[in-house]
Design a protein around this ligand. Sequence first.
Ligand code: SF4
Ligand code: SF4
Length: 377
Amino acid sequence: MADRNLVIERRHFVLPASEIGRLIAALARRDYEVHGPRVRDGAIVYDHIESPKELPVGWTDEQEPGRYGLKRRADDAFFGYVVGPQSLKKYLHPADVRLLSAERKDGTFRILNNETAPKHPYAFLGVRACELAAVGAQDRVLLEDKYVDPVYKERRLGVFVVAVQCTQSAKTCFCVSMGTGPRARAGFDLALTELLGNGSHGFVVETGSERGAEVLAELQAAPATDADLHEAEAAVEGAARQQVRSIDTTGIKELLYQNFEHPRWDDVARRCLTCANCTMVCPTCFCTTVEDVTDVTGDHAERWRRWDSCFTLGFSYIHGGNIRNSSKARYRQWMTHKLASWIDQFGGSGCVGCGRCITWCPPGIDITEEVRAIREG
Ligand code: SF4
Ligand code: SF4
C-alpha cells in the first residue's frame, strides 16, 4: 500500500470512464490480483475482477439502521454506492486462517505450517476514505504494536490501492464527525473522483505514490483543469453535507469511562441480540480465537484462527467462568473499547464512522444514538 508517510507531489488528471478497463489490465500486468466491488447476493461486495463489466455499473445502495438494499441508478456510475458489508479486513485479516495441520502416519508425527500467503499482491479498486482509515487502525494494532501479526503482514505489504472519493453518503455514514472522510487524503496510490455531469462520464485522478503515477502514465489521462478540480471537490463536499449522523467526540473517553453504570446500558441490552454482526462487519475489529480440530481417526488435526467477537459468551471465558455474561456487559465492552479504551491502547479511535454496525445490526442499534443518549443523560 502507498506509504502513508511518503510525501510526493500530488498531481491531478482527468481519465475517461472507458480507461477503467485499461487501469485494471495495467495492474494485472504488474502481477497484482485486482479486487473491487461486485454485486453478489443482493449486496455490493469485494471480489476478484478482470473487467469493468464486473463492477456494480448503475447500482446504488440504500442503508438505514438494520436495513440494506440495492436499487438501480438513473446513470451508469461504476462506483455510485457507499459501502457494502465487507471491508478490506476480508483480505488482510481473513476470517479463517489454517495456522497448521498435523499428521500421524506410520508411527511418525508431522506438523505442517499451512498458512499460505496470496500468490500475487492485491490491488484494491474502489476503496473509500473510511476504509483506508480502518486499514490504518488495523496497521496500528497488527503491524505497529509490540507483536506483529505475520498473517496480516504478508497480505498487507505491497498492496496497491485505487481509492474512490465518496460523492454520496448513506444515511448510516458519520465519517465526517470521526475525521476520516468522505475525502481520502493519504494511503492510496491513485484516488478517483467519479463525475457524471453534462452527459460525460469520467474521473478526476489524484496520484498518491510514484507507483500510482507510473500506472497512470500508461493510460489516456489528461491534466485536470481548475474547473475539473472544482467539480470533483464539490461532489465530495456534497457527500459530506448529506450525512445525517454524527458522534460528538469531545471528551468521549472520559464520558464513557465515567458512565459505566449509566441506565442506557440496560436499555441497549434489552435490544441487543448479542449476535456479533456489528463486530463481523466492522473494518477495525480484530479479535480472533484459535480452534483445534481432529478427524474421526485421530490421524489428522488442524489449528484454525477464526474471527471472534466480544459479543460471544466464550470470548471472555477465563478459568472458572465468563467475566461478561450479560448482554449489557458485552455491548458496553464493545462500545467503550471502540470509542474510549482504544484511544488509551493505540492512540486513536477504533471507529472510522463507516456505519456498517448500524446497517447490519438486526434490531438497528445505532452507535451514534447510544453515545448521544449517554452524553445527554
Ligand atoms: S449491537 Fe446489534 S449487531 Fe451488535 S451484537 Fe447487538 S444486536 Fe448484534
Ligand atoms: S464501530 Fe461501526 S461505524 Fe465504527 S468503524 Fe466499526 S462498523 Fe464502522
